[in-house]
Design a protein around this ligand. Structure first.
Ligand code: MG
Length: 388
């Protein structure tokens, strides 16, 4: 047994992943303590978490500090660098980055530069700046452990598998909430249908991204950096049951698969305990109850965001950062009812088409691309909304 508990910083603690982290921690109170928590605007839920877990530091959106009800000893940060401060805190052992969107990038980089162990659920960090993040992690001795279920599964399959035996990585995709909709109805799918994910209970942004398969394209980019595997050796399969969370194809033609219930707490717990695997806790997967497993290729014609974002990833430089930013703006506009579901791809395509490309030389150039892409994407949203 370790002599002291793992000290956690949980960025984005009131979201779906953040709550999962606290659920796992509550099952192992002898192993984890919470140093810091953060939320953007859910100050009520955050106040309750701070109270329950005795966190000593907390970060909220600028101007939200006054809405937080916490005891006097808790230090409340609401400045522009608050999340980076929590991520680099020398008293923290494990930084959980469960932030949504490219806003997770700077805190990831702060944790990396501080040489932290990072449980990474914020895929945009690697989509926008994978080369920079992984390069800095290698230099600083920071460990990035994936929380995303697909990557967690691949990580597990690769444990003990010599790299020379790996032919390719195979990410599975549920196909999302719109998988059974006729192709001509996808562009006009209403928000309620888009949010009705058949297998996974996740936050709104990632659920919309699952419906468009933007999420899967981002996960391919994430895998490319996380496992240092070229795009040509990453496959995607649609697998309706979400029981096989991903696979590794070996050079002898065989496959390793990692299976389980679609319960995010399993990959979350794996990242929190890595390299240890604690027993019990979650329901075992009963394949006799699942019955059949189905697999098919991706019909990219149904999901234009998939090829757009993957194409940006393959292009490299600042293109994937621009694509991620445009997707974020478009998904927000769709969630707000300003544009249709089919317009998300249009916003990404037009934003990418209107931007100069450059090398992702440093964090500043990636963030400048992010800001420019947001501005251009917002302009596209306005045009599309006006034309409706
Ligand atoms: Mg995933």
């Amino acid at each position: 047994m370790p002599e002291r508990r793992t000290r956690l910083a949980i960025l984005g603690s009131t979201g779906s992943i953040g709550r999962g982290v606290l659920d796992v921690a509550s099952r192992h109170r002898d192993r984890f303590e919470v140093v810091s928590l953060s939320a953007w605007t859910s100050t009520e839920a955050l106040s309750r978490q701070v109270d329950e877990w005795g966190a000593s530091k907390v970060a909220v959106a600028p101007g939200s500090a006054s809405r937080l009800e916490v005891s006097d000893g808790v230090s409340v940060l609401d400045g522009p660098d608050a999340l980076e401060e929590l991520a680099a805190d020398p008293t923290v052992d494990l930084v959980v980055n469960a932030l949504v969107g490219v806003s997770g990038l700077k805190p990831t980089m702060a944790a990396v530069r501080a040489g932290k162990r990072i449980a990474l659920a914020n895929k945009e960090s690697l989509v926008a700046a994978g080369g920079l993040v992984m390069g800095a992690a290698a230099e600083m001795g920071a460990a990035i452990i994936p929380v995303d279920s697909e990557h967690s599964s691949i990580w597990r399959c690769l444990r003990g598998t010599p790299r020379g035996e790996v032919e390719s990585l195979v990410l599975t995709a549920s196909g999302g909430p719109l998988r059974d909709l006729p192709a001509h109805k996808i562009a006009t799918a209403p928000l309620a249908d888009v949010l009705a994910h058949p297998n996974w209970d996740m936050g709104e942004k990632v659920t919309v991204d699952s419906a468009s398969l933007a999420n899967k394209a981002m996960e391919v980019i994430e895998a490319r950096w996380l496992f240092d595997v070229p795009f040509d050796r990453i496959e995607v399969l649609v697998h309706r049951e979400s029981v096989v969370h991903s696979l590794v194809r070996l050079v002898d033609g065989s496959l390793l698969a990692h299976m389980g219930e679609p319960d995010m707490r399993i990959p979350i717990q794996y990242a929190m305990f890595y390299p240890e695997v604690p027993a019990g806790a979650f329901a075992g997967c009963r394949l006799e109850e699942v019955g059949a497993l189905h697999f098919e290729g991706v019909d990219a014609a149904r999901y234009p965001c998939f090829n757009l974002i993957l194409g940006a990833g393959r292009e490299g430089g600042t293109a994937p950062a621009a694509a991620a930013a445009a997707d974020e703006v478009a998904v927000r506009a769709f969630s707000d009812g300003a544009i249709g579901f089919g317009d998300i791809a249009a916003v990404i395509e037009r934003t990418l088409g209107s931007m100069q490309r450059s090398a992702a030389a440093d964090l500043e150039s990636v963030l400048a691309t992010d800001a420019e892409a947001r501005e251009r994407a917002s302009g596209e949203v306005e045009r599309l909304a006006a034309a409706r």
